[in-house]
Design a protein around this ligand. Sequence first.
Ligand code: CTP
Length: 401
Amino acid sequence: MSVAGRRVVLGVSGGIAAYKAVGVCRRLVDAGAHVAPVLTPNATRFIGAATFSAVASEPALTSLYDSGEPSPHTRLGQSADLVVIAPATARVISAYATGNSEGLLVATLLATRAPVLLCPAMHTEMWEHPAVQDNLEVLRRRGVHVLDPEVGQLAGGDVGAGRLPEPAAIVAAAQAVLAPQDLKGVRVLVSAGGTREKIDAVRVISNRSSGKQGHAIAEDAAARGASVTLVTTTDRAVSRGIERIAVASAADMQAAVLAHRDASDVIVMAAAVADFRPAAPAEGKIKKDAGVPQIVLEPTEDILRGLGEAKRPGQILVGFAAETDDVASNALGKLQRKNLDLIVANDVGAPGVGFDHDTNAVTLIGTGGPILDIPLSSKHDVARALLDAVVALLKDVRSTS
Ligand code: CTP
């Protein structure tokens, strides 16, 4: 289940990040949601209601009394499948926590039984203030979903925690709130990012993997109820509840993966693991006066192949195949050689695909051959399709055991 075909109330409160909510609105509509925007009067100081009316599925409302409808908050609240508040200011969070229904937005929040996703955005001092944190704690205890703000540039040039995440991340979080809980009780291990192999004290051999695909899989698996361990080479933040293990080299990654192998029901190796590493990395920095160094490489362990050899019955093993030629046949060969259940083949030579992009185009291949072609889509869409295939495999395993 996703936001497609669902009714979403998009609440916008009065902070500078209100302009970003237009992007959220557009993306939700593009994803197939019916979006009803509700702006607080202060939000309209930053962005016009007419802008939201133009991109949303129905006109934006800003007040309990001006639309001519007798009870807009109960109509919106009762018909919503999801309410997203982005940005959520300290004032709206406080009003929601204490049940102060003065304006249309908080009245709608009180009049709904739909899940609510709050996306707070404010200056760091305000974000860290105990009054704000206590209110959020109260709301979390009541089952409200909170997407923590990011660290980054804030209004006025300050830098710190409190920045509203980008629209794509907010829409992904909204999709996650509506996700089915079909991975509840399943332990999922995911690897992500490109490994870094040491040349000397300051230099490494690496690759252009951003880790975005692996992180999207970890986030989406957690949203579907899995308990997730993510072994990652990146410093990307992860949601609460995901166990994050930071590694750098292929050897570090192998150690972390092996430590969790036996406890995992599903292992997804999305990392771009180096195939070669310097055989004798220098302790200090290699100086240029000594001339051009000859760096001798040695092979790394193939982590996935090792996992395939030691696979226990019922364990699901998923690999990736980054290819530039004969994509499907090379990927199927990898699946067979490494004893996998599923492989995600991507043509990394195609535009917008794979490394360093927000989008991916892949073919899911099972032991019987191609299962699904996913045209250029967001990495969360790819993650969702991959997890759907994993859920189907788990069902097969459970029905035959
Ligand atoms: N992989 C791994 N350990 C390695 C290399 C790759 O676990 N040392 C995993 C990757 O995480 C991925 C899969 O193997 O899931 C395939 O990676 P890829 O680089 O496409 O293939 P390779 O097996 O390295 O083969 P080649 O480089 O020849 O295409």
